[in-house]
Design a protein around this ligand. Structure first.
Ligand code: SF4
Length: 437
């Protein structure tokens, strides 16, 4: 049997992992990031964004593949809301949750099957869910399937993001990680991770990054961060790739220490990326961030003291965010002069508390739908789009190295926020349909 594992636009770690597992089972497996797949009798899609469920390109690809008689299975974080996956994409089956074990049974046994972890549409049109599969054991896995062109891949500067652990102790309302992988941390062994890093290097990867929400939660146990293990991991990875080719960017502001920051300075490219989200404690509390704006400022200061660059991401347009809350976010950016800033509009990812909140919030109180009546009203954008647009330009002026906002940049930002707003309204519309609202 020939199997193609598809991930949209770039090779995700999840797709490479599933590819490696199936190859280890003896199947003929290939990876693809292109939408025009014409070979293979089984197509596995590894999808991580709700936008993928609404993508016409993906829908056409699935329809074409099935009309040629090929089987189509969908997995990845989107599977948390399998009803929506089945309704929008119409695959043969959804591999629900952590897919390492389920995918082997699925490919071998097909659909319908008497094993847990799959959902499909039965003959009477009813959705059948066979029950939750057991959690995957992250300590036992073969090497991922690494494509020959991995060296040309560039995701935020890295050829690949590898998984060192699974789960997050946090409870951010907009994030799927703790709901999908749980709040207990499951870590891999350093030996296994380094073996994988060596393999990536051998296959041409230029820079490796650590994924998983917060890098320093590696080997977290009994409520404690294991600094020694994190430092040993960074050191080991740097010995293989060289420190300039390692990054462990994503870290919660409350998961750092002097030793962790020092290790990041010594063994990586020296950047930290904090999910700061807002300068308003009121909104941070609503988001379940578990940290205050003051703690975020202290974390940025600590990075500077260790000679690290600090970047931050912010979310605007969260339901209930007032003009005053938004001004506090602007002030945070003014005061802290981050080295890079990323801005997004609050997106209701299915099965998160934010999705429930958005569905309970009338459009006239949700900034994603409210028409903007202020300074940018001539642009005919919504309040969330206006805040996102304004914050992008503001952060260009108040970053460590100023970026002038030219006419071209103005146009790009405007186009981007309009698209973001439109995409999020489409997702909200789809959620309403599946929640029966
Ligand atoms: S800290 Fe990061 S990974 Fe964890 S719940 Fe919050 S956003 Fe998600």
């Amino acid at each position: 049997m020939k199997i193609t594992v598809f991930s949209p636009d770039f090779y995700t770690y999840g797709a490479m992992l599933i590819g490696g597992i199936l190859k280890d089972e003896g199947y003929n497996v290939g990876l693809s990031t292109k939408y025009n797949i014409k070979t293979g009798d089984t197509l596995l899609l590894s999808l991580f964004s709700t936008q993928h469920l609404l993508s016409d390109e993906i829908k056409t690809m699935i329809r074409n593949h099935r009309s040629r008689g090929g089987k189509v299975y969908v997995g990845g974080p989107v599977s948390a809301y399998y009803e929506m996956v089945l309704g929008e994409l119409e695959p043969d089956c959804v591999c629900v949750g952590e897919g390492e074990d389920t995918v082997k049974r699925l490919v071998k046994g097909g659909v319908p099957g008497d094993y847990p972890g799959i959902a499909y549409t039965g003959g009477d049109g009813e959705i059948v869910f066979t029950g939750k599969a057991e959690k995957a054991d992250v300590s036992k896995r073969p090497l991922p399937l690494i494509p020959p062109d991995i060296g040309s891949q560039d995701i935020r500067g890295a050829s690949a993001y590898i998984e060192t652990h699974r789960g997050c102790t946090g409870g951010c309302t907009f994030c799927q990680v703790p709901r999908y992988f749980g709040r207990d941390i499951q870590s891999r062994s350093i030996e296994d991770i380094l073996k994988e890093v060596r393999e990536f290097k051998k296959r041409g990867a230029k820079r490796i990054s650590v994924s998983g929400g917060t890098g320093s939660l590696f080997q977290y146990k009994d409520g404690k961060i294991n600094e020694d293990q994190f430092i040993e991991l960074m050191k080991g990875m740097a010995e293989i790739m060289g420190p300039k080719n390692i990054s462990s960017p994503d870290i919660r502001v409350d998961c750092i220490s002097d030793d962790i920051l020092e290790a990041i300075r010594e063994y990586t490219i020296g950047w930290i990326f904090f999910g700061l989200e807002s300068g308003s404690d009121r909104i941070l509390k609503k988001m379940g961030k578990g940290a205050t704006a003051r703690e975020a400022e202290d974390a940025v200061t600590a990075c500077r003291e260790h000679g690290l660059k600090a970047a931050g991401s912010f979310i605007v347009g969260y339901p209930g965010e007032t003009e005053e809350d938004y001004e506090m976010t602007k002030d945070f950016i003014t005061m802290n002069q981050l080295d890079d800033v990323f801005i997004s509009i609050a997106e209701p990812i299915p099965k998160t508390p934010l999705a429930d909140l958005v569905l309970r919030t009338p459009d006239e109180d949700n900034p994603v739908f409210m028409p903007h009546e202020g300074e940018y009203r001539a642009l005919r954008i919504t309040e969330a789009e206006a805040r996102s647009f304004d914050l992008m330009m503001h952060s260009d002026l108040f970053r460590s190295s100023i970026r002038p906002v030219t006419n071209d940049i103005f146009d790009i930002y405007l186009k981007n926020v309009r698209k973001d707003g439109e995409d999020i309204r489409r997702v909200t519309g789809a959620l309403r349909k599946y929640y029966g609202i």
